[in-house]
Design a protein around this ligand. Structure first.
Ligand code: SAH
Length: 397
């Protein structure tokens, strides 16, 4: 093995790595190749010269090393092929393929490939190379994906903001084969159209698959309000579950147009669906003034917390929409409420929902708890990998 560039940590800063947490912040480094630019593999040592991990190096990022191996080993094509194979294997027992043809195959640190997201939509893959370090290993990873999955095409949707922090430009490009503008996916018995080139993230929010499935069980005969609806996953599930009416709200006119097409595609255009292009904060206030009521409300907002400094403001935002939703629910009604902010703990989220209930003068029974679907794994040593939290609360007036 050729000699690797070394990164030596300050005394006492080795603890996180010893606990197999993969991030090293620049402040923890006592000696590193600061002038070397991005390096595909460095060896991380403690002050006594003891080996801690292998990772990639980016001096431009606050997280200057992301570790991908806690054993000394060759980082070659076979290494990445094994990591890709392990991630694919991990999904097989989940049984997702029995009711869906779309799945997250690689979830970055949680699959020991920091910076890489791979989503499978039917016969195509959409990938995000989110860090400069993982870009260095792109060819080996693509080779493994092509050999092991034989996709018809691979699209890079590496246009996430995290790339800017890494000193990278955003990139949307075809990496292999061909990828169509529209891919039809199925889950829980309905079809959804995904636009891999232009949709949010890689095209769809696969992480909410399980919660959408649960909606089917509660919807029979109910009037449902699905806010932050995107292309309508929860709305289609509600209809399939026998809902009496479904109101969907999203700020994006494009998402709302896609939702309407999805409704038609599933032959659900029987007048039960209603579409509202609006800001959810405004819409909920207006509904309150109008005295409207629903039996089920879904609150699935985008990430409100973008850094520790914005946590307090974000809590006020979450509390606001949850309080308004409680006000709009009938006695015995259900609130599906979510936070996808990694920096908001499940505990804190529950407290926010609790204080919203108090302000709305209701109690609520927590019937179910949700988390991201299991093709978005969480690891013990990297708690940041648990980002999606949800509660199903039944309201008692
Ligand atoms: N529940 C969806 C995913 C929601 S993603 C699903 O299951 O697929 C969040 C959505 O919130 C996006 O579609 C975005 O357009 C929308 N959004 C963001 N801010 C909004 C706001 N203030 N009002 C209404 N919609 C908003």
């Amino acid at each position: 093995m050729s000699k690797l560039v070394q990164v030596v940590l300050k005394k006492g800063k080795e603890k996180a790595l010893k606990n197999r947490h993969p991030w090293i912040f620049s402040g923890a480094v006592s000696r590193g190749p600061w002038d070397a630019g991005v390096l595909p593999v460095v060896e991380v040592l403690d002050q006594d010269g003891q080996f801690l991990a292998l990772g990639y190096w980016n001096p431009k990022s606050q997280i200057c090393v992301r570790a991908f191996s806690f054993k000394h080993t060759d980082i070659d094509e076979a290494f990445w092929a094994n990591r890709v194979a392990a991630a694919i294997q991990r999904r097989i027992p989940l049984g997702i393929a029995q009711h869906a043809n779309a799945c997250r195959l690689i979830a970055s640190e949680a699959d020991e490939i920091p910076g890489l997201i791979v989503d499978q939509y039917d016969r195509w893959l959409v990938v995000q190379f989110l860090t400069a370090g993982i870009e260095c290993h792109r060819d080996a990873i693509l080779k493994a994906l092509i050999e092991q999955l034989k996709p018809e095409g691979i699209l890079s949707r590496s246009d996430d903001n995290t790339r800017i922090k890494e000193g990278l430009v955003q990139d949307v490009s075809l990496l292999y084969g061909t990828v169509p503008d529209e891919i039809l996916i199925k889950e829980h018995g309905y079809m959804l159209s995904v636009h891999p080139w232009t949709g949010h993230k890689t095209g769809f929010y696969l992480d909410q698959r399980d919660a959408r499935g649960r909606m089917k069980s509660y919807a029979s005969g109910k009037h449902v309000l699905n806010t932050f609806a995107y292309t309508g996953g929860f709305s289609l599930a509600a209809h399939l579950g026998g809902a009496a009416s479904i109101d969907s709200v999203d700020i994006s006119a494009d998402a709302m147009a896609q939702l309407q097409l999805n409704v038609a595609r599933n032959h659900q255009d029987d007048g039960k669906h209603h579409y509202h292009t609006a800001d959810v904060f405004d819409a909920l206030r207006r509904y309150e003034k109008e005295g409207k009521q629903w039996d089920i409300i879904v609150l699935d907002p985008p990430k409100f917390v973008h850094g520790a400094a914005s946590l307090e403001k974000a809590c006020r935002g979450y509390k606001d929409i949850n309080r308004l939703a409680f006000n709009l629910l009938r006695d015995g009604g259900y609130l599906f409420t979510f936070s996808c902010s990694g920096l908001m703990s499940a505990d804190l989220f529950q407290k926010v929902v609790f204080s919203a209930a108090v302000d709305s003068n209701v109690d609520g029974q927590i019937i179910e708890r949700f988390q991201q679907a299991p093709d978005h794994p969480m690891t013990l040593c990297f708690p940041e990998s648990w980002y999606l939290k949800g509660l199903l609360v039944q309201v008692r007036r």
